[in-house]
Structure formats: C-alpha cells, structure tokens
Design a protein around this ligand. Structure first.
Ligand SMILES: Cc1cc2nc3c(=O)[nH]c(=O)nc-3n(C[C@H](O)[C@H](O)[C@H](O)COP(=O)(O)OP(=O)(O)OC[C@H]3O[C@@H](n4cnc5c(N)ncnc54)[C@H](O)[C@@H]3O)c2cc1C
Length: 416
C-alpha cells in the first residue's frame, strides 16, 4: 500500500511516521516551497505525548520544549479558580510539553527524514483535486509557478489544515470557517522565568483572556522563550470574519496594550512583555461546523482539515496526533477501504465532541463560571470560592473536559 498525505504540518508528518511504523509507504506533499518556523506555542497534553513517546520522540521533545508541571486558571481580577499539577506531577506516566510549533514541526520532519526514504516530503506541491478509480486515487498538485503534476496511490489523506483544499473538494458548498467573534493575539519573546519556570497562567474567561507560559529555553541566562496569547470578544459567534485568518498577520502594540490594563497578573509585567515582543500576530479565532463524515472511499481528512477547533483546552495539535496514530493502526491490516472507514468511526465522534466543547470554552469555562458568579459581588471579587463555585462543579468542568478529549489520567493508564 502507498498513501499520499497532503500537508506537512503536525498531523501530516506524524501520520507519515505512523504509516511507516505500520509498514506502509507514503509521500507527503506540502504547499509551501519552504518550511519556516511559523507560529508560536503549542501545548502537547499527555495523550499526545504518550503517542509521540511511542514514536521514540520524547527525548528530542524534552530537549527543545518545556515540561509543564502546573496550570493556574484565574479570573481577570487575579483570583485563582483552579491550580493543579500537570503531566508527571499530576500522576501521568508521561509529561505535558509546551513547545514552539516550529520546533515541533522540525522534530517531526527530522524523524521523517531519518526514518523514511529520501524524497518522502515534497515541498511546493499544493493539492488541488483528486479523482478515485477502481484500485486507487489520482491527486493533482499545483506548484507555485502555476504548473501541475499528478501522483497515484492507494489512498489520500488530507492533512492540509483549516483551509483544506481536500475538504473544499469533498464539500464544495461549505464556505469559509466559522468565526467565534473572538480575536486572538499571539507572540513569543525571551523573558525572565517566573515561578518554577514550568507553569501556565491562564487569566480571564472566554471573552477576555490572557495566557502565558514558557515553551523553550531563552537566549540569555535566567530567561525562557515565553509564549503569550490574548483573546478579546469583538463580535457575536458567526459574524463575518474580519479578514482571512492567517498565521502570519502582524498585529500592532497600540491595539493590544490598553486591553492588558484589564488583567491582574502579579507574576510578571505583561505590558513590558508585550512591548518587548518584536513581532506578534492577530488571528480571528475560527473553527468549522463538525462534519458527519471524513472518509470518502480511498480519501479521508485528518487534523485541522477534518476538525479545526478553538484553542481552548489546547487540543488542536494533540487531536491531529491521535488521528495519525489511529490511521496507522487501522491501515496496518492492508485493507484501505475498511481501514479508512474504521479510522473515521473511531475518531470522528470523539473529536466532534471536543470541537463542540471548545466552542463553550473547554476546561477554561471554569473561569467564566467563577467570573459570572462573582459579577454581582463588590469589585467582581469573591471571598469564598467554594461558596460561589464548589470544588465538585469546578472538577466536573475541568476534568470532564479531560475525559471528553481523552487525556484523563485514569483512561491513559487503562490504555497503556
Ligand atoms: C503556519 C502555521 C502556524 C501555526 N501556529 C500555531 C500556533 O502558534 N499555535 C497553535 O496552537 N497552532 C498553530 N497552528 C495550527 C496547528 O498547527 C494546528 O492546529 C494543529 O497542529 C493541527 O495540525 P494540522 O497538521 O492538522 O494542521 P497544520 O499544522 O495547520 O498543517 C497543515 C499543513 O498543510 C499545508 N497545506 C495547506 N494547504 C495545502 C494544500 N492544498 N496542499 C498541501 N499542503 C497544504 C500547510 O502549509 C501546513 O503545513 C499553526 C498552523 C500553521 C499552518
């Protein structure tokens, strides 16, 4: 069997490693002529790390990323709502790792280059369309100079991201992604380490949020590469998107700095952190309505092409990695049609639930609840968290999400 993968992002490269592990040949075609270190931080939760460790990548990830050991959810006013250990400190067998997306992509690309035959990853090849015939697929690719070429294989996997050409080909009437009404600013900067150097601080509910956490070592002593993100509601969900969401739309400090006045973050000077960030990006936070099918005969979707989701709960990359694992496992039998159908049957219902949950804020909804219940109190501050939002309710939101997304510690131990 030979499989064509469209897209050399996190999902496509992991799928190449998984197919190779299953003894299946593949070629990865990537639209961009050069893979650059785009994006900022990505969180890899234990279910994703579990699989990347199976692929023998844990030591490398450890060298470039940061083991996250603590997560604090708090209100904009600076009151803690949830403060828990993460990764191994939380009883998992594997860590949670925060990492620059470019570094993660490089780790995966290096592994593909080392393990798979030369020429497996081909750049400057944008999937345009596909036809299926008895016994195979023919994919048509376009180069940046406008020329075309084709390739034939037993199956085609669309790992081509939120603007997936394959998805458009399969669902021509679908239209643009759905805007949440939320604008997201993201950046990363060398910054003095705070607390234990392994903590995520997540302040504010879905409509106004600031998050920061280290994703790698810094360039000078005492610093780390600090990832930050700010979310602000600008419209109601479903409003027309203000411009195409792209991962490299540069943003302006004048817009963001006044918004930061709304947050109480004693651990560091967030205004200074943003002022020190040389370039950062804005991104209308989008997803798409869940699909009822990904697999069409010999063709299927995975990762953001199948299920783009809001980043609440930090599951976008993780779910793409779990898709890759399932693809490799189901295709290992050698039966293409049955394998792709079984992959969809296993993954689609689970991931669609994550997409729906993320629309409501994912586990971070616990902050919205606390802010809403404290809203009528003086200064929007509570004296007794337990009285306004009991631990059992907080647990149901946060750990309920972990169960839906498949990374609760008990489940990971059972499936180990
Ligand atoms: C440039 C970039 C920066 C990002 N930065 C962040 C970030 O900072 N934080 C975060 O949480 N998430 C980020 N993401 C999204 C994140 O990588 C995904 O949500 C998640 O990892 C799922 O991965 P994926 O492989 O499905 O999609 P992606 O990682 O988006 O990969 C899709 C790949 O397909 C390629 N592609 C697109 N169209 C075609 C085509 N027609 N033919 C062939 N190839 C095609 C793209 O160039 C890309 O390499 C970024 C994505 C991109 C593309």
């Amino acid at each position: 069997m030979r499989v064509i993968i469209a897209g050399a992002g996190i999902g496509g490269l992991t799928a190449a490693l998984d197919l190779h592990r299953a003894g299946i040949a593949c070629t990865v075609y990537e639209k961009v002529p050069e893979l650059m270190q785009l994006g900022v931080g990505i969180t890899l939760l234990p279910h994703a790390i579990n699989h990347l460790a199976e692929l023998g990548l844990l030591d490398t990830l450890d060298r470039v990323g940061i083991r996250t050991e603590r997560m604090i959810y708090r209100t904009r006013q600076g009151q803690d709502v949830w403060d828990t250990p993460r990764g191994i400190a939380a009883g998992y067998d594997v860590p949670q790792i925060s990492i620059h997306r470019g570094d993660l992509q490089s780790v995966l690309l290096d592994a593909v280059t080392e393990r798979l035959p030369a020429g497996t990853v081909r750049l400057d090849a944008a999937l345009e369309s596909v036809t299926q015939h008895e016994g195979g697929v023919t994919a048509i690719f376009r180069r940046a100079d406008g020329s075309h070429f084709t390739d034939c294989a037993d199956a085609l996997v669309g790992a081509d991201g939120i603007h997936s050409a394959l998805r458009r080909h399969l669902f021509p009437g679908e239209g643009q992604p759905h805007w949440s009404g939320l604008m997201l600013w993201r950046g990363a900067v060398d910054w003095p380490a705070f607390m234990d150097g392994r903590t995520i601080i997540n302040s504010g509910g879905i409509a106004r949020k600031f998050i920061f956490y280290p994703i790698g070592p810094g360039n000078t002593p005492g610093t780390q590469l600090m990832n930050w993100a700010c979310v602000v509601r600008q419209a109601e969900p479903g409003a027309p998107t203000p411009g195409r969401e792209s991962w490299n739309s540069e943003a302006k400090q004048e817009v963001l700095l006044p918004i930061l006045d709304d947050f109480t973050v004693p651990e560091t000077d967030i205004h200074a952190m943003i002022r020190a960030t040389p370039v950062f990006w804005d991104f209308p936070m989008c997803d798409r309505d869940p699909l009822t099918r990904w697999t069409h005969g010999r063709v299927t979707l995975m990762g953001d092409a199948a299920h783009p989701m809001y980043p609440f709960g930090a599951n976008g990359a993780a779910q793409a990695i779990l898709d890759a694992e399932a693809l490799g496992r189901h295709l290992a039998s050698g039966a293409v049609l049955e394998g792709l159908a079984a992959y969809e049957a296993e993954r689609l219902p689970k991931v669609n639930e994550v997409v729906a949950n993320n629309r409501a804020g994912g586990p971070e909804r616990v902050i919205d609840e606390a802010e809403a219940r404290a809203a009528s109190l003086p200064g929007g501050r509570f004296d007794d968290l337990e009285a306004i939002l009991p631990a059992a309710e907080r647990d149901a939101i946060v750990n309920g999400y972990a169960r839906i997304a498949g990374f609760d510690a008990e489940r990971l131990k059972r499936t180990a």
